[in-house]
Design a protein around this ligand. Structure first.
Ligand code: GLU
Length: 306
């Protein structure tokens, strides 16, 4: 193992960074950080230190309606309390909408995007009840794929809101053409930083949203653009985002962006075995701190220190 996480043979693979590692913690400021975020941030921060790399914080505030300045302030306070330091300036995604729009425009110019006016209820009604995406949502049944130009113009003239979706089959075909039929894969690292090649299967997401109805981007588009812009070499995040990596890899190929290495860490389960979520204030770091817990207590609770 070299300090850059290449294989023990020391061979530099196409994915292994030859430069200093760059890692990031990328929370969405629509709630207080909880124990799951502490695990994510500390896993990334400690991996950055092991690699002698840089550590960034990115505020993923594309959902401007749900993002709150007090949550941004809380994120910085909690991270500093945990003993994490990061480089300034912090990137706020809400300040970079034009860049995500430009990336979406490239996909549109390749003929890979189409407007979808369907409401959540229309999608649920038209979807096959057995077909779910990896998040458990009804798989989009292609409702507005192939809508005619006149129908699109009519709906736009009526002011109907629309999302821009990726035509998944067309996107996969384009990616195959661009890579000379190479399989779509990425490199995943385990806790020891040993790499493993994983096959990406983005088709299980169907025609994913690239630009939301209420925002000029989606999570997928923004994360891919920013991981490339910030030169992220190692993406560290929870296993809940493992399936999304398949979409990210496809977008990286289509946009000609480099592939970071990925480490998806275990998830913390609440007492009822549900994934911890921000709505469960009882596990917020601020609440635990107010109860007198120390950063060491937090590390023990999340199982990274005895
Ligand atoms: N903003 C995402 C979240 O808070 C994480 C994005 C990522 O790490 O790729 O769940």
């Amino acid at each position: 193992m070299t300090e850059h996480g290449t294989s023990s043979k020391g061979a530099t693979t196409a994915h292994a960074p030859a430069h200093r590692a760059v890692l990031r913690f990328a929370p969405s400021p629509n709630g207080a950080l909880h124990l799951g975020h502490a695990l994510s941030a500390l896993t990334g921060y400690e991996m950055a230190q092991r690699l002698g790399g840089r550590f960034l914080v990115r505020i993923e505030d594309i959902d401007v309606g749900r993002s709150r300045p007090e949550h941004v302030a809380g994120i910085f306070r909690d991270l500093a309390w945990l003993g994490i330091t990061w480089e300034e300036p912090v990137l706020f995604q809400s300040q970079h909408f034009a860049d995500y729009e430009a990336a979406a425009a490239r996909l549109a110019a390749m003929g890979l995007l189409y407007p979808c006016f369907a409401t959540r209820a229309e999608i649920a009604a038209a979807a096959d009840s057995n077909a779910r995406d990896p998040d458990g949502a009804p798989l989009y049944p292609g409702l507005h794929r192939g809508l005619g130009v006149r129908e699109i113009a009519r709906r736009k003239a009526l002011g109907q809101p629309f999302a821009m979706r990726l035509d998944m089959q067309a996107a996969l075909a384009a990616a195959r053409r661009m890579t000379g039929d190479a399989p779509l894969t990425y490199e995943a690292l385990d806790e020891t930083l040993a790499p493993r090649t994983v096959a990406a299967a983005p088709a299980r997401w169907g025609d994913v949203v690239i630009q939301r109805k209420d925002a000029p981007t989606s999570y997928h588009m923004a994360v891919v653009v920013d991981d490339a812009r910030q030169g992220i070499t190692h993406v560290v995040r929870g296993l809940d985002l493992l399936p999304a990596t398949d979409v990210h890899r496809l977008l990286q190929v289509l946009l000609g962006l480099p592939a970071p290495l990925y480490h998806h860490h275990r998830l913390l389960l609440g007492s009822d075995d549900l994934k911890l979520s921000k709505s469960r204030g009882d596990t917020s770091l601020a609440a635990l701190r107010a109860q007198g817990l120390t950063p060491t207590d937090i590390r023990r609770t999340i199982g990274i220190e005895r």
